[in-house]
Ligand binder design. Structure first.
Ligand SMILES: Nc1ncnc2c1ncn2[C@@H]1O[C@H](COP(=O)(O)OP(=O)(O)OP(=O)(O)O)[C@@H](O)[C@H]1O
Length: 293
């Protein structure tokens, strides 16, 4: 799926500015950005819930239309199940609505309820489920028609660790089947672990796209040096140390890290000494605060 130069304004407020990215078949793509950056707006445009002012969303070389959009599995941020309808009934209904036969719809519903661990709630009204279980049902709703693309708006928010694992595995499995999967999240450690590629959006523009390793090449590596029993300020006089945050040291480009190691050995017992690439959270901070954009 390709998004090309999508722009969107609400009134005279521009919220997306020529935004573009691509999610290949079988790719798990993490879409991250600060609150209000434009993630939900982008996903709504992909789904056709909102119209872009300009730009295009393509799948298989052609612009998405009514028919191809029906093959997308979507988990909207506002969720949007019918609160008073029973879980099983609702999922069968949604699968039927998107073109599955009654038999297939029932079978897919049973399978997904089982797999997502909510089979015993099949006869309950959605509103009577806990928030996390409603979310599992919401994921089932995005999956029961066997979608060709998955677009999920913050699918992990509010889930307990077990549910996070279940959700993660489902997303991995779907992408392994060849489905392009896009999801937004503020849980960057999770995004870093799970995604093939990540896109960072700021003020409606894509400011960084790539694998975590590619993004890390643009970030600053720091040296982790953990010394036990060392006096405070042991590293203050080491040449080339630009900054220190706990056990993490930023060195000048021409510094020799062996100077720091020698000082550490002289100061106490060195427990750890290694270069550390920036985490996605650190890269994100750099990019959204604009320092390294
Ligand atoms: N219906 C609307 N009318 C006017 N402005 C809107 C509307 N919907 C969203 N916005 C504005 O568009 C911008 C982008 O919002 P959007 O919901 O896409 O961000 P987001 O990245 O999903 O944020 P979050 O992480 O908080 O969910 C925000 O400034 C928001 O206030």
């Amino acid at each position: 799926m390709t998004l090309e130069r999508i722009s969107k304004s609400y009134g005279d407020r521009r919220v997306l500015e020529e935004l573009g990215f691509e999610v290949g078949e079988g790719e798990l793509f993490g879409f991250v950005g600060s609150n209000g950056a434009g993630k939900t707006t982008t996903m709504r445009i992909v789904l056709g819930v909102l119209a872009a002012d300009s730009g295009e969303v393509r799948w298989g070389g052609a612009p998405l239309d009514e028919t191809t959009r029906r093959t997308i599995g979507y988990m909207p941020e506002e969720r949007g199940l019918y609160p008073k309808m029973k879980v099983h009934e609702q999922l069968v209904y949604l699968a039927r609505l998107r073109g599955r036969s009654a038999r297939d719809a029932r079978r897919a519903t049973d399978e997904w309820l089982e797999r997502l661990g909510v089979a015993e709630r099949r006869g309950d009204e959605v509103q009577k489920l806990s928030l996390g279980n409603q979310q599992r049902v919401q994921l089932a709703a995005a999956l029961v028609h066997d979608p060709e693309i998955l677009v999920l708006d913050e699918p992990f928010s509010g889930l307990d660790p077990v549910a996070v694992d279940v959700m993660s595995q489902v997303l991995r499995d779907k992408s392994a089947e060849g489905v392009p999967v896009v999801f937004s999240s503020h849980q960057l450690d999770l995004v870093e672990r799970l995604c093939d590629r990540v896109g960072i959006i700021r003020d409606g523009r894509m400011v960084a796209v790539g694998t975590t390793a590619e993004l890390q090449e643009h970030g600053e590596a720091r040296l982790l040096c953990r010394v036990e029993d060392a006096p405070d300020g042991w590293a203050d006089a080491v040449p080339g140390v630009l900054a220190r945050e706990g056990d993490l040291f930023t060195l000048a480009p021409d510094a020799d890290e062996q100077d720091l190691l020698r000082a550490a050995l002289a100061a106490g017992r060195v427990r750890e000494f290694s270069w550390r690439r920036p985490t996605l959270t650190e890269l994100f901070r750099d990019v959204v605060t604009g320092e390294k954009a």
